[in-house]
Design a protein around this ligand. Structure first.
Ligand code: FAD
Length: 485
């Protein structure tokens, strides 16, 4: 029998999703080349970029598990069993994420990315190319052009430049499959946008984010460790996740115009003293003043598009396909699940790319759109709803119903973070459950009112003779409507 030619794949982007996809594609027998614009983060002293730590949950863990990395990643993570709400008056209120054994996990972004890159590099037929920035492509033909980015200290690349007389150096490759994992501002997606019948929308929310640090105090965590701390202030909020070095990374989410109003170090301290008073001694006034002005706040974008593929040649995943606001802690988890879903479809369709790519677009897009919407919704829940009594009562009712009917009733957060129920099914199921709970609460209230009325009437009738005649007549008159206006 004739041996099948080994297929090649070019993964564009060596972030979390690109590095994971490289592992998956190698296990499916592809020859994989990964191209990343930045230098190798494993050799860098400081890596600039987005959030320092991330919340890993079930979907991400399942994807890590299938490539044999779950245990390695989880051993360095810190479980968070509940939100810890910091009220303005300093009161602390834990709100569990689920049952007592359910938790999300704080993991270090850089370490996770390094683990994935090393795992990818160790797989058969994988080559990693750093400082290769995609500048153009022909998606139909599987052709890609990369510009080699100069980097201080990399002798081989510096020599390449010198040989080229200081001109840009470009590399062209042709491949069977282009895997676009180049993040929220994806160059591959920009090429897809130019194609006919490609749907695309993006939205910047008015809020930006900025990271601050709570260092260890006397060598220990300065706040309770196994929580995701939240300071919800309705229009804005701050959160904190624990790190392995016993520090916390704080993220302040606030409208850009509020960031801009704080012009001096004293303005910043005053604002924090008023709005997040218990955090100031933990951060330290000097550190707060210094860190606030070190970097500008960063924007948050939400992207939806369809389809995710071009013929049998190119597909986008992760933030490239569905960047989302970070309030459900699902961007990476969803991106990791993309890799798992793609692999499951490859298995089902015998790695026939002409069938796999369209099937992936059709199957995955309703779920990606759904989690984008849920992430937007959760921003309101995190900064505002957690302050409301109704919300807290709902959480208790949800937990109770889940305890007595674990398969039938599953709270929204549990479905998103602790199961692999498809995101769009999660939304539909949550809507039905909301109706059920609201109706049940209303029915209970009506029952309580009727029951209360009945027992009051019985009690009155028993003591009817002891009620003065004029009062009895007035009440009956009132009930008959004699006093209606
Ligand atoms: P990225 O991580 O952005 O990686 C893309 C890679 O492509 C980068 O390395 C980039 O250098 C490279 N690249 C870009 N352009 C090119 C090019 N032209 N050529 C070659 N390479 C290129 N998610 C969670 O699940 N849990 C959380 O708790 C969470 N918290 C978050 C907090 C914040 C503040 C933010 C902003 C996001 C958070 N996310 C979280 C979302 C998560 O960060 C992203 O969903 C995840 O990083 C997406 O991974 P990716 O590989 O698709 O993209």
């Amino acid at each position: 029998m004739e041996k099948q030619k080994q297929k090649s794949a070019a993964v564009v982007g060596g972030g979390l999703v690109g590095a994971m996809n490289t592992c998956y594609l190698s296990s499916r027998g592809f020859k994989v080349d990964l191209y990343e614009a930045r230098p190798d983060i494993r050799t860098m002293e400081i890596v600039r970029g987005r959030s320092i730590n991330l919340a890993l949950s079930y979907r991400g863990r399942q994807a890590l598990k299938k490539v044999g990395l779950e245990d390695q990643v989880v051993q360095d993570g810190i479980p968070m069993y509940a939100r810890m709400i910091h009220d303005l008056n300093g009161t602390l209120r834990p709100i569990p994420y689920g049952k007592s054994d359910q938790y999300i996990m704080s993991v270090d972004r850089r370490k996770l990315n390094e683990t994935l890159l090393t795992a990818a590099e160790e797989r058969p037929d994988v080559t990693l190319h750093f400082q290769h920035k995609l500048v153009s492509c022909d998606l139909e033909k599987g052709k890609l052009t990369f510009k080699i980015e100069p980097a201080n200290g990399d002798d081989s690349l510096d020599q390449t430049y010198q040989r080229n007389g200081g001109e840009d150096v470009h590399v062209e490759v042709t491949t069977d499959l282009i895997m676009g994992n180049d993040g929220a501002y994806s160059a591959i997606r920009k090429h897809m946008v130019k194609r006919p019948r490609f749907n695309y929308s993006q939205e910047y929310i008015p809020h930006g984010y900025m990271e601050l640090t709570v260092p260890p105090h006397n060598g220990e965590f300065a706040m309770a460790i196994n929580y995701l701390h939240i300071w919800p202030r309705n229009e804005y909020m701050m959160i904190a996740l624990p790190n392995q070095d016993k520090s916390f990374t704080l993220t302040l989410f606030m409208p850009f115009d509020m960031f801009e109003q704080l012009k001096t170090g004293d303005d910043v301290v005053k604002f924090f003293m008023e709005k997040f008073p218990d955090s100031v001694p933990l951060i330290g006034e000097e550190s707060l003043k210094e860190t606030y002005f070190r970097l500008p706040p960063l924007p948050l974008v939400s992207v939806k598009c369809f389809p995710y593929h071009v013929s049998d040649k190119a597909v986008i995943m992760g933030d490239a396909a569905h960047a989302m606001v970070p309030f459900y802690g699902q961007g990476m988890n969803c991106g990791f699940e993309d890799c798992l879903v793609f692999d499951e479809i490859m298995e089902k369709l015998d790695s026939d790319l002409s069938k796999v790519l369209p099937e992936y677009s059709m199957y995955r897009s309703p779920d990606a759109h759904a989690i984008n919407d849920l992430a937007m919704y959760n921003y309101i829940e995190m900064r505002k709803s957690v302050n409301s009594r109704w919300f807290l009562m709902r959480k208790k009712v949800d937990a109770f119903l889940h305890a007595i009917m674990p398969r039938v009733f599953i709270p929204l957060y549990t479905m998103v973070s602790f199961t692999r129920i498809r995101y769009h099914v999660v939304i539909n199921k949550a809507k039905k459950q909301d109706v059920l709970v609201d109706n049940s609460i209303q029915a209970l209230m009506a029952l309580a009112a009727v029951g209360g009325g009945y027992f009051t009437a019985v009690a009155i009738s028993r003591h009817l003779d002891s009620i003065p005649g004029w009062l009895r007549d007035s009440v009956w008159g009132f009930l008959r409507g004699d006093f209606a206006v």
